[in-house]
Design a protein around this ligand. Structure first.
Ligand code: PLP
Length: 371
């Protein structure tokens, strides 16, 4: 169908843009011999897993459900990390995951004897902060994520074949270089016996200004020094700028400012806008006051703060206008909710100039999660 025929709200995934990102990641794998996994927590749009599988080595999961999704829809390597596994889920995890990463030495002792076929890893925490947003900083004071050096019980190392660290968020390869050095100072003696090192996610590899050369030199240095397989598990970088959220203007009201009420919601459909918070890019618009017509874009929920931001336009908005929020593939579908009984956005594919709805939701999806 044509763009104007799409039902809204709708997340549209751009096959061409996704493929461009995957080609960049595949290039890094080919030049260095490292392996790159999709971190499903950012993007679990399994319709595209067959495409992703052509380029990446597999997926990484945050627990049983994501691991099952990768097992059913992607194949390839299946890595899992969770701060604490449930006994009731571990048998299945051990059946479908080839790499299992533990968050503490106690977890290794509890579960390692039940995971004979998987390669086991330990998440370490170098406590080396390179960013300022505590909610996204695994190295923040008091963090539960990863074993700090002083808590490492060497008796568990007999079980451990690899080490995992994840400390970055939307960052370049310079902070990675510094973090790896900090980790080596503390844990380098263990890396020597490791079969693999997983450098986690948070690498903004597909952003235009990312220093890919530096990343590749870090990977090669680690390969040479420790003889280990190097893994990266980016989420964002896989689908960065590869999706949009389209919405339509439902009504315009006025209270000191002009307010457009849309059929999408920040709270329900792009929660990072309120959580982070940030102002999502909107195609064809600018900051408030730049173009002649400024509107506060908001939603039809009852939450006063469900405001996407203030944007200006060349022409006045009118009911039925379609708006395109950019970079909406990641951390959106996986986080959305039906607060206020809001419908979940449809999911569509953009392939060149053609659009196709690949999934629609209804009342059953709202009721089905309640009782
Ligand atoms: C969040 C996370 C990722 C992916 O992070 P991005 O910022 O989306 O690249 C990878 N690994 C772990 C352990 C994570 O928690």
């Amino acid at each position: 169908m044509k763009l104007s025929e799409l039902p809204t709200p709708v997340y549209v995934i751009d096959r061409e843009k996704l493929t461009q990102n995957l080609e960049i990641l595949a290039g890094i794998q080919n030049r260095t011999g490292c392996k790159i996994l999709l971190a499903q927590k950012a993007f679990s749009c399994f319709y595209f897993y067959p495409l992703i599988k052509k380029y990446l080595a597999g997926a990484s999961s945050s627990g049983l459900y994501e691991a099952r999704l990768a097992h059913e829809e992607m194949g390839g390597e299946n890595h899992v990390f969770c701060p604490a596994y449930l006994e009731s889920e571990f048998t299945e995890i051990a059946e479908i995951c080839d790499h299992i990463v533990f968050n503490s030495c106690a977890q290794v002792k509890k579960f390692a004897p039940h995971a004979e076929n998987a390669s086991l890893g330990l998440r370490i925490n170098p406590m080396y902060s390179t960013q300022k947003t505590p909610i996204y900083d695994p190295c923040a004071v008091g963090s539960r994520l990863g074993v700090v050096k002083s808590e490492l019980d060497e008796s568990v190392l007999d079980y451990i074949e690899g080490f995992h660290m994840h400390t970055l968020c939307e960052q370049g390869s310079e902070p990675l270089r510094d973090t790896v050095e900090a980790a080596e100072k503390q844990f380098g003696e263990y890396f020597r016996r490791a079969e693999w090192l997983n450098l986690g996610g948070g690498h903004h590899i597909t952003r235009k200004d990312y220093n890919v050369g530096l990343l590749e030199s870090i990977i090669k240095r680690l390969q040479d020094k420790y003889g280990a397989e190097i893994y990266l598990e980016p989420g964002e970088a896989v689908a960065l700028d590869a999706g949009y959220l389209y919405a339509r203007v439902l009504e315009i009201v006025r209270n000191g400012v002009d307010i457009a009420i849309l059929d999408c919601s920040a709270e329900c459909h792009m929660p990072d806008v309120l959580e982070m918070p940030y102002r999502p890019p909107l195609y064809g618009s600018d900051k408030a006051g730049i173009y002649p017509h400024t509107y506060r874009l908001s939603s039809r929920t009852c939450l006063s703060g469900d405001v996407i931001g203030d944007y200006s336009f060349k022409e006045p908005l009118k009911c039925g206008d379609m708006l395109r929020f950019d970079d909406m593939a990641i951390y959106t579908m996986v986080k959305n909710n039906t607060f206020n009984g809001m419908p979940l956005p449809s999911i569509a594919e953009k392939n060149g100039d053609e659009y196709a709805v690949i999934r629609q939701f209804g009342y059953g999806d709202f009721k089905g999660r309640l009782s």
